[in-house]
Design a binder for this molecule. Sequence first.
Ligand SMILES: *[C@@H]1O[C@H](CO)[C@@H](O)[C@H](O)[C@H]1NC(C)=O
Ligand SMILES: *[C@@H]1O[C@H](CO)[C@@H](O)[C@H](O)[C@H]1NC(C)=O
Ligand SMILES: *[C@@H]1O[C@H](CO)[C@@H](O)[C@H](O)[C@H]1NC(C)=O
Ligand SMILES: *[C@@H]1O[C@H](CO)[C@@H](O)[C@H](O)[C@H]1NC(C)=O
Ligand SMILES: *[C@@H]1O[C@H](CO)[C@@H](O)[C@H](O)[C@H]1NC(C)=O
Length: 588
Amino acid sequence: MILIALMLSVPVVPVYIQGPAFQSPLKGQTVTNLTGLVTAKSTSGFWILGEHIADTRVSNGLSIFSSSSSVLNKVAVGDIVSLSGKVAEFRSSSDPNNLFVTEIDSPTNIVKLSALDTGLDGWLSVPGNQSLIEAVNATLQPDEFGIDFWSSLEGQLVTVKNPVAIDFENSFGEFWVYGDWTVTGKNSRGGLTITIGPDGIPDANPETVIVGSPLDGTTNPTVSLGKTFTDITGIIAYQFGFYYILPLTAPTVVSTPSADIPATTLNSGADACTITIGDYNVDNMAPTSAHLPTVAAHIANFLNTPDIMFLQEIQDNSGELDDGTVIANVTLSTLAAAVASASNAGVQYDFVEVAPENDQDGGEPGGNIRTAYLYRSEKVQLVPGSPAGGALNATEPIIGSDGKLMLTFNPGRIDPTNAAWEASRKPLVAAWETTSGDRFFTVNLHLTAKLGGSSTQGDARPPVNAGVEQRTSQVETVATFVNALLAQDPDASVIVGGDCNEYVQTRSVFAAFDGVLTELDESSGVDPVERYTYLFDQNSEQLDHLFVSDVVQGRGTEVEHVHVNNWAPSIDARASDHDPSVARVKVC
Ligand SMILES: *[C@@H]1O[C@H](CO)[C@@H](O)[C@H](O)[C@H]1NC(C)=O
Ligand SMILES: *[C@@H]1O[C@H](CO)[C@@H](O)[C@H](O)[C@H]1NC(C)=O
Ligand SMILES: *[C@@H]1O[C@H](CO)[C@@H](O)[C@H](O)[C@H]1NC(C)=O
Ligand SMILES: *[C@@H]1O[C@H](CO)[C@@H](O)[C@H](O)[C@H]1NC(C)=O
Ligand SMILES: *[C@@H]1O[C@H](CO)[C@@H](O)[C@H](O)[C@H]1NC(C)=O
């Protein structure tokens, strides 16, 4: 569902064109500003519906004929559009026994009047805040749009039957639910995943509502993804950016999903070319972090100690203390030692990083978070022969004296002085060699955060997606680097990924990867509703992604998201706000 619609006055509606007879009274005339709701599309046009009139002889539907893709791309089912064109009577063959159909030929001036979340990415279209709901004062269409639906119930006492929680509670004890109605994007745990809707537009799951503090002063229960509750009766109100149900009293828990969280099924094996990759945002990890042993146990027992771990949010050795320390070798060796003691086989990881300049990469002040790799040296080694890059050195692909592709700095950072990376974590690139002597390349990302965006149910349409311009530029610089690698060797095995702080449904951000890299969930055929690593408000969503070059995709890929954190029994039981992922790819 798109979130809001606008119905304008209708200068000309289809009824005046159809008229009460077989042929149109306006045949041959040009009509302007014809307004209607798009009800269906085909490759040769679309149909619109105008206002109903009492005269049962007159149809309020009308065919708009055009096979031009530039016309057809402008409209989607559910849009309210205005257009101009010529009234024509058409029959599908010259057989004089066939009747004519009234239609509009050569439509022009097609203007979408309906959705305020306009753009190919719907509510995720960029830029945001192109219109304001309050200023537009749209007429509600509760059957079409989520916000309109909830607004149509403002102040009413309603009951949500069989509510299901779709996130943890927030710090005020408020939590999101859906009831026993039809929902889209439902995943196996009961959450609602951001998916592309049947209209080709990302769906923001507006069929959900947040449960506020109970009006009688009772306290809401502790919630987690997939918990169910007794029916909630309360008042619909708008506050803090969302439509709420304010319950008369707190519901009680009916069912709690299993606390047994499955580990990945993907294992590393003896084959030198088959590599497992783990990806984990470990949430501001310092050597003394209380959650470090839990993360180590996740890597050992839930991710099956992947050959390479892409880590994000590794803090320097002094953690959040802003004392000029930038290296993280104590943080990384403490984590590696904890993994060794947590894993039955005592797996030993080596690590590699490029320390940032002090306080230049954003995040918690003094923490100097960066991306880093843990790797199993019995399976992969850094390609030798290049120095490790410093914080400001841009690594570049070159052909070495042995005729093989390598990097000028290994490991190194991509274009670290580019404005796209200002106050943001720089991508860490490494060239690796398998025990069979084959090479592949990885890029570990942590793109700039979404902090400060506007609510999905707020006044600004589309909602403001904070940081989106910078994330788009960051993806562009990464694509430039990968293109440079592929220009030297079109068959280079490249794996790019990490915490992208963005959903792939915000297609504009990842456009520079189109035709260069394929997302692993897509190439591995993961069910779209199971593609999530994060919970936020009403959505299960994927912020963490892995992408591969064509040659890697062609060899077959697998990926799994391991819900050790988002399936936790309570928000306090999580080790990180992100779930880790594991992939298995063939790099030769
Ligand atoms: C018809 O639509 C155009 C924009 O497409 C607008 O400029 C014009 O004012 C409209 N005319 C009427 C009569 O509404
Ligand atoms: C949207 O733009 C208006 C100005 O048109 C501004 O007043 C408002 O603060 C903006 N809203 C957001 C969420 O950025
Ligand atoms: C909002 O729309 C309603 C219904 O069309 C209208 O009665 C009202 O005057 C409008 N309010 C404003 C502030 O434009
Ligand atoms: C960290 O690096 C420093 C400086 O190179 C070195 O003195 C120290 O031994 C290292 N510590 C660990 C645990 O690797
Ligand atoms: C790497 O960066 C340092 C500054 O951090 C600079 O002194 C050095 O010249 C750079 N090396 C190359 C080869 O650009």
